[in-house]
Design a protein around this ligand. Structure first.
Ligand SMILES: [Zn+2]
Length: 243
């Protein structure tokens, strides 16, 4: 009894060194959600069938891990408080293959539409399905600010830094053209900048941004809260330190 009292007093003594903030070095994971049934539709592009089946297997395997990488449980990744919005998975995930599209793929609700011509030319681009699947888990409502660049940046971050970082480190490596690039460029430029910040400051960055995005709240204050710096200051830092 006396020992624990002494410990308590010591722990609360103002002369004690504050505990180091170690939680910032750990990427927080939400509980995994089960994957809804995955269906494929190759009516318009029957030659995509083999690729489609591989993509469906990828979705079934990675759906759970992707739900863990975002704040799908509605808990704030820093405080652990249920201040957010719980993600409700769709009834099914459908992969629709079209003969051709003017983009490689896009996601709307639980439906991912994929360009058959693109995957015939780039059969190794299964990572693209991870990008689209992350959109199916984001389902962000309209935001207070124009944050579409961040939605795309988070999806590319999930793909290039959490799913296939080894590919990013080699032939997929992003080297922004700093004469023109900005963190609002979306996709890989935003992704590589987010990765730089989380590695330097706080691994909870992306899930915390996701938490705000799920509420439709302006995510920009998160940068200052977790790093003490604004997004503009962090971009300048990235430009100087990026190798
Ligand atoms: Zn996208």
């Amino acid at each position: 009894m006396l020992t624990s009292l002494a410990f308590l007093l010591a722990a609360h003594s103002p002369t004690q060194t504050p505990a180091p903030n170690l939680a910032r070095f750990v990427y927080p994971l939400a509980p995994s959600l089960p994957c809804p049934p995955v269906e494929i539709d190759v009516t318009d592009s029957p030659e995509s069938k083999v690729w489609a089946e591989q993509a469906a297997a990828l979705v079934r395997e990675w759906y759970g891990p992707l739900t863990q990488m975002m704040a799908t449980d509605g808990r704030h990744p820093v405080t652990g408080q249920p201040t957010g919005r719980k993600f409700q998975p769709p009834a099914r995930i459908t992969l629709v293959f079209k003969k051709t599209l003017n983009v490689p793929a896009y996601c709307s609700g639980g439906t991912i539409t994929i360009n058959g011509e693109w995957v015939a030319q780039r059969p190794d681009d299964l990572g693209m399905v991870i990008h689209e699947l992350s959109h199916a888990i984001q389902q962000y409502p309209r935001n207070e600010i124009d944050a579409g660049w961040l939605t795309e940046g988070i999806s590319d971050y999930i793909r290039w830094w959490r799913y296939e970082p080894q590919l990013h480190a080699t032939r997929g490596r992003t080297v922004p053209d700093f004469s023109r690039a900005k963190y609002t460029d979306a996709y890989r430029t935003t992704a590589v900048w987010l990765a730089f910040i989380e590695q330097k400051y706080d691994r909870r960055l992306v899930p915390t941004l996701d938490h705000h995005m799920r509420l439709g709240k302006d995510p920009m204050p998160v940068f200052k809260e977790l790093t003490g710096k604004t997004a503009d200051e962090l971009w300048d830092e990235f430009k100087t330190e990026f190798k």
